[in-house]
Design a protein around this ligand. Sequence first.
Ligand SMILES: COc1ccc(Cn2ccc3ccc(-c4cc(N)[nH]n4)cc32)cc1
Length: 237
Amino acid sequence: MRVDVITIFPDYFGPLSLSLIGKARGSGLLDLEVHDLRTWTSDVHRTVDDTPYGGGPGMVMRPEPWGQALDAVGPGTLIVPSPVGKPFTQADAQALASLDHLIFACGRYEGIDQRVIDDAAARMPVLEVSLGDYVLFGGEVAVIVIMEAITRLLPGVLGNADSLTEESHAAGLLEAPVYTKPASWRDRDVPDVLRSGDHGRIARWRRDQSLLRTAARRPDMMAAYPPSSLDKADRKT
Ligand SMILES: COc1ccc(Cn2ccc3ccc(-c4cc(N)[nH]n4)cc32)cc1
């Protein structure tokens, strides 16, 4: 997978050289390049922002540098983190993980001139995505989160591919609690079922825990939970 990131803060992406993403880059599974948007400015001050038409607080990112940057690195699938974007989901991560070329546009200030998005959409798929109902300073942190969600789905990145097949978020539920040694810690014991060796019982316990957690913490996920995936044992009689 080829990924181009365009930003005015390239140093924000140091974390993408670490851990499993760093290994994926080193092994060639992920070909990632970070570009400084100011590369495509032409004035002595390398200006990337200007005052908003119609007035209002803050500054807006100018269209010219963005247009030239996207011309240079595109075409590909353009992902623009934004407070007004579609909520980013695991399904989105799975869909994006199957693509060949992603381009991330990291906005700052009050955002990017809308004409940049409209012009790009005329020649490549564009997704404006939100990470949640809170406001960040810019798109960089969102890109790091999205890149983690996508990269862990790339074949060969996670040593234990089972982690993905059993992932409950992909199945529409929250994960069950996890435990490791010691069996007893500060007078708190690991649930006996997890030490029973009875894999069928363990699977049912984990499923029940996932359903309980999802019902308690994410009624929205519970409401959307596909009844077709309920085992007979889970169906309400
Ligand atoms: C319209 O009001 C605002 C517009 C922009 C901003 C700051 N800002 C600039 C670019 C940018 C990119 C993504 C995000 C973001 C994404 C999520 N889920 N929260 N915040 C924030 C961003 C603040 C407020």
